[in-house]
Ligand binder design. Structure first.
Ligand code: HEM
Ligand SMILES: *[C@@H]1O[C@H](CO)[C@@H](O)[C@H](O)[C@H]1NC(C)=O
Ligand SMILES: *[C@@H]1O[C@H](CO)[C@@H](O)[C@H](O)[C@H]1NC(C)=O
Ligand SMILES: *[C@@H]1O[C@H](CO)[C@@H](O)[C@H](O)[C@H]1NC(C)=O
Length: 505
């Protein structure tokens, strides 16, 4: 018989042996990594945000203050000015590298795409979206991308009739007296959920036609997105997070979308049987999906993914743009002068592409207020960034597996070495005549294999709304006394909305 006193020494021995092995493996890995870093000419990153070497808690007070003052992104810019274009951050037990170097961003998003993943995005999005193009990695993402991408070609986004129908809904809600204050931001969010559901489901939720209390889907979708953010912030602690309202909202959104999945599958089946009398005139995204896959859950998940990626982003662009236009009457006048070339006719897809000043305004808004202002990738294996190491920041940097590499477009888009001394100003003219020849220095839609699939759709929609507003209103006056302030949720928009007065042409 074994007694406790027999086991004890054996256990101690086993523990000791384990410890030796762990130490050995750690030492071996340390040297292997050092050799790998040496071979690539890596130097340590000079700037480090936190001096407290264990938990990095010394950054906490000002982070909280910036959060309270809604100046997170401004404070980020100051940090890059203080610590350089690439520096390290310690947050509790994680080490992250943050950068505003186009070369580094190009490396993580494109050149060494395979070395990085999107981290734990799926964990926080899954209850609402399921698994699809926006929130998965690896094989699953490859198949989602192959499924979704082909259905975003020019032909599918060039049909502007639904944009016009919704513009009429929008105009009917806007005051026409030149003195009543209206919040355009709220209306733009309704416009884009209406257009996105029309495009994806073949039927708009019609939120512009309803009162807030009737907007079950739109309201549930808003709340469900806030819960995504909360789960993302909690990280591993989210297992303790319970929010029944969020569960309910997720259910409402998914069940609502489910009916369109059923409709799409049904439409595709009856078409196959030759039962459909009229041939399909309008492009419906869900039908295109259903014609290529039969798994209903998969169709539902992909629809939810695209809806999330496409809705707030375009609404935020419009709100930020109109906030700045309302503060810059000269820009509005120039826009109206250019749009006058249409002689009052509603724009076609081709018109939108030839209205250069319209394009400049869209580019400038996305530069100054990129709606996805910060993003990150996590290293899946030991790898290297081309710049940021050493005192001069010109040497490569070793990136151990698991490191988060964060990039900050808000700060990069304001670099004076790329955009000149007036980089903080809203000045669409800087884009005229191809003065700015940029590639990875300007990245509102991301780059590389995961570049936004909806870019053309978004720019067409935002351009359409801009042109139609410029045709309809000769004056756009800001009623926000203060400057633009950040509201940082899943996307970046104006904290105070976009309060304006409009005078009809
Ligand atoms: C101004 C409007 C928009 C901006 C600034 C924008 C920006 C972005 C960015 C930065 C990403 C990359 C996210 C990442 O990989 O971490 C992305 C991805 C994506 N966007 Fe957009 N987007 C906009 C509008 C749209 C629209 C209208 C749609 C669809 C109708 C859309 C669909 C998608 C999808 C499906 C992805 C995921 C692509 C993938 O991971 O392979 N986006 N977008
Ligand atoms: C969607 O993309 C597929 C693959 O390119 C194509 O065969 C299909 O016709 C597209 N659907 C529509 C309605 O455009
Ligand atoms: C706007 O930015 C895009 C992307 O960098 C660029 O291709 C395009 O030429 C720009 N448009 C104008 C009018 O400068
Ligand atoms: C936000 O809007 C309200 C009026 O709706 C105004 O009183 C307030 O000063 C605004 N704040 C800023 C920072 O513009």
């Amino acid at each position: 018989m074994w007694t406790f006193s027999d086991v004890h020494p054996r256990l101690a021995l086993a523990l000791a042996a384990t410890l030796v092995i762990i130490t050995f493996v750690a030492i071996q890995r340390f040297f292997a990594r050092r050799e790998f870093a040496r071979r690539h000419g890596c130097q340590p990153v000079a700037g480090s945000l936190t001096k407290d070497p264990f938990l990095g808690l010394d950054a906490l007070p000002w982070t909280l203050r910036a959060l309270r003052q809604h100046r997170i992104l401004e404070v980020n810019c100051e940090l890059f000015r203080t610590y350089g274009n690439t520096f390290t951050v310690k947050e509790l037990w994680n080490r992250a590298i943050v950068t505003v170097e186009p070369e580094n961003i190009k490396t993580i998003l494109s050149i060494n795409f395979k070395d990085y993943g999107i981290g734990n995005r799926l964990d926080s999005f899954k209850p609402l979206l399921g698994a699809g193009i926006f929130d998965t990695d690896g094989e699953h993402w490859v198949s989602s991308r192959a499924l979704i991408r082909p259905n975003f070609t020019r032909d599918q986004v060039a049909d502007l009739t639904s944009f016009e129908d919704l513009i009429q809904d929008l105009f009917s809600l806007l005051p026409h007296d030149g003195v009543t204050v209206v919040d355009l931001q709220d209306l733009f969010f309704r416009y884009t959920i209406d257009s996105a559901t029309e495009f994806l489901f073949g039927q708009s939720v019609g939120s512009l036609k309803k009162t807030e209390s009737e907007n079950t889907f739109a309201e549930a979708f808003n709340y469900a997105q806030e819960a995504v953010l909360t789960r993302g912030m909690l990280g591993p602690l989210k297992v303790f997070y319970r929010d029944q309202k969020a569960d309910e909202c997720n259910r409402i959104c998914r069940e609502f979308t489910q009916q369109f999945v059923e409709k799409a599958v049904h439409a595709v089946e009856s078409e196959k049987d030759g039962q459909s009398e009229t041939k399909r005139q309008k492009y419906i995204f869900s039908h295109a999906l259903a014609s290529r896959i039969s798994d209903k859950t998969r169709i539902l998940d992909e629809l939810m993914n695209v809806l999330l990626a496409g809705r707030d982003t375009t609404a935020s662009l419009l709100s930020n743009l109109f906030f700045m236009l309302a503060k810059n009457p000269m820009v509005w006048d120039r826009l109206r002068a250019e749009v006058a070339s249409l002689q009052g006719r509603i724009p076609t897809y081709e018109d939108l592409r030839t209205l250069k000043y319209v394009q400049c305004c869209l580019n400038e808004s996305l530069r100054l207020h990129p709606v996805v202002p910060r993003n990150a990738r996590q290293a899946l294996r030991d790898t290297v960034l081309p710049v940021g190491g050493g005192k001069d920041g010109l040497s490569p940097v070793f990136v151990p597996k698991g490191t988060l590499v964060c990039y900050n477009l808000y700060a990069m888009h304001r670099r004076v070495d790329f955009y000149g001394p007036d980089a903080e100003e809203f000045r669409p003219e800087r884009w005229e005549n191809g003065q700015l020849q940029l590639r990875w220095e300007y990245l509102p839609f991301n780059g590389g294999p995961r570049i936004c699939v909806g870019q053309r759709y978004a720019l067409t929609e935002a351009g359409y709304v801009l042109v139609r507003m410029a045709q309809e209103y000769k004056k756009l006056e800001s009623q926000d006394p203060g400057p633009w302030e950040e509201s940082l949720a899943l996307t970046l928009c104006s904290r105070n909305g976009t309060k304006v007065c409009l005078t009809p042409a």
